[in-house]
Ligand binder design. Structure first.
Ligand code: COA
Length: 466
């Protein structure tokens, strides 16, 4: 979709309302563009300044000598229409309007005026009432959020600004690499569907996560979502599910939160994976971004603690995944290496007396076993093992295999060393979590996505044939 290209890959960015004063949003945006080492040209626009953060400033967009692809607007709401007019005349292709004070406070008229002026010049509008956009492949950080986002393959679209900025920070702490972070706020023009249509073909994005309050054009969203899920997983956190939540949504971004049942049906039909919490959504996104696709075959749990296995089994069952007896060659390989009281059903309980090496060996055997399509490794910290050794061992095994060939999620449950081990695994791109339910839920999402995609494909095929 060529039209959206300047939003993600602008060759130049003008910041209108670039401020001389640290602490102002217009200053932070320019600072972030510089700090992220944005590859294009940066033009601060401020009639009162000659220079901002070492860059020459211009009084208006139209006075900039070179071409301008993107304008980031950070001036008070009443000045936005004239800024858009000037940027339109200059030939800017997209306006990223950070400014608040439009539909969300009852000024739909001002918002419509802005969009009308932009359309006149064929310019697209992101926002208003947003924190900006990040696209790491071209090192674009046109936001007033954190400057040190980690590059990766998760695309994150958020209708909430402040929460979005906070989650942007969380991706850094949680070491979730992102390809893009888009704040869409009031969605006066560019909406989720436009972004999905672009990102489905974006090679840098493997999975998209949306924080969604409401959809304005249901049909457009549905079409974009199903086309997207045919290619890549789409995770949605739907906010405003209760009557009270819906009321809060209306005064937040001016969207209609809609009927819960309608959204649930929409999500199911389009293959969307609905996460119930932010934590869950990020857990899933991490798994999708690190793992190869699930290609079928049974899921095997390897655990050194029966309880962890039971908790994980419950979560899988709640997500429609049942466990079958492990393949016989795997059972035969493991039996002589395990105590007589070990259970070789599924979950495979290697028992609490297993050594670190023994545990790694069992997980590795499951990963190598034909007929096993995915492995969920659960480990409870004991005094006879060291979680950091386990993480190191698993990383070594996976490297020796030439990387993961099938999905693996890991939970290491315990104290400080277990937390370190979780971090070690995540750094090595093996999705790891501190709780068995979280590893199980991420694995369920990975498996269920493939089924959801197949359902969408068949439904569309039927519709095409009817
Ligand atoms: N063209 C270029 N620059 C202009 C201008 C214009 N037409 N009009 C004003 N400016 C300059 C100002 O001189 C100022 O620069 P300075 O600090 O060097 O003097 C800068 O632009 C900003 O203008 P100012 O009037 O100081 O506004 P502000 O920084 O106090 O507020 C917004 C501007 C956009 C940040 C504010 O109106 C707003 O909407 N805040 C909420 C943003 C938000 O939360 N968005 C949602 C996030 S999730």
């Amino acid at each position: 979709m060529k039209e959206m290209e300047p939003l993600f890959k602008p060759r130049s960015v003008a910041v209108v309302g670039a401020s001389r004063h640290p602490g102002k949003i217009g200053y932070a945006v320019v600072k972030n563009l510089i700090a992220s080492k944005y590859e294009g040209k940066i033009y601060p626009v401020n009639p009162k300044a000659d220079e901002i953060l070492g860059l020459k400033a211009y009084p208006t967009v139209s006075s900039i000598p070179g071409e301008v692809d993107m304008v980031v607007v950070v001036v008070p709401a009443q000045f936005v229409p004239e800024v858009i007019e000037d940027a339109g005349k200059k030939g800017a292709k997209v306006a990223v309007i950070i400014t608040s004070g439009f539909k969300e406070i009852g000024r739909a008229d001002l918002e419509e005026e802005v969009v009308r002026r932009a359309r006149k010049y064929g310019m697209r509008v992101l926002g208003p009432n947003i924190f900006g956009i990040v696209y790491t492949p071209v090192k674009l950080n046109a936001t007033f959020g954190p400057s040190d986002v980690i590059e990766g393959s998760v695309g994150f679209i958020t209708q909430s600004g402040a929460l979005g900025i906070a989650l942007m920070g969380m991706t850094i702490v949680e070491k979730i690499g992102v390809s893009t972070i888009v704040s869409i706020g009031n969605k006066s023009d560019i909406d989720d569907a436009d972004l999905l249509n672009y990102l489905k073909d974006d090679e840098e994005t493997k999975v998209v996560l949306i924080y969604l309050e409401g959809v304005t054009d249901g049909k457009k969203f549905m079409e974009a979502a199903q086309n997207f899920t045919l290619r890549k997983p789409l995770i949605v956190i739907k906010a405003g599910k209760t009557a009270a939540g819906a009321k809060a949504v209306a005064s937040h971004t001016g969207s209609l939160a809609g009927n819960v049942a309608v959204y649930s049906t929409l999500f199911k039909e389009t293959g969307i994976l609905e996460a119930s919490t932010v934590e869950e959504a990020f857990d899933w996104a991490r798994a999708f971004s690190y793992l190869p696709q699930y290609e079928g075959g049974q899921l095997v749990i390897v655990t050194n603690g029966g309880g962890a296995g039971v908790l994980a089994t419950d979560v899988l069952a709640e997500n429609g995944i049942s466990l079958k007896t492990p393949p016989e060659p795997l059972v035969n390989e493991l039996r002589p290496k395990l105590p007589g009281f070990a259970s070789l059903k599924n979950p495979i309980d290697v028992t609490g007396m297993i050594s670190s090496e023994g545990y790694v060996e069992a997980v590795s055997a499951a990963l190598r076993s034909e007929g096993v399509g995915a492995v969920l490794a659960l480990y409870c910290e004991t005094a006879v093992t060291n979680p950091e050794d386990i993480a190191e061992g698993l990383i070594k095994e996976v490297n020796e295999m030439g990387g993961l060939k099938k999905p693996l999620t890991v939970a290491l449950i315990g104290g400080r060393k277990s937390y370190n081990a979780v971090e070690m695994l995540n750094n090595a791109r093996i999705p790891a979590y501190p709780m068995p339910e979280r590893a199980a839920s991420a694995m369920a999402a990975v498996i269920n996505y493939v089924e959801a995609r197949e359902r969408v494909r068949l439904r569309l095929q039927e519709l095409g044939n009817s």
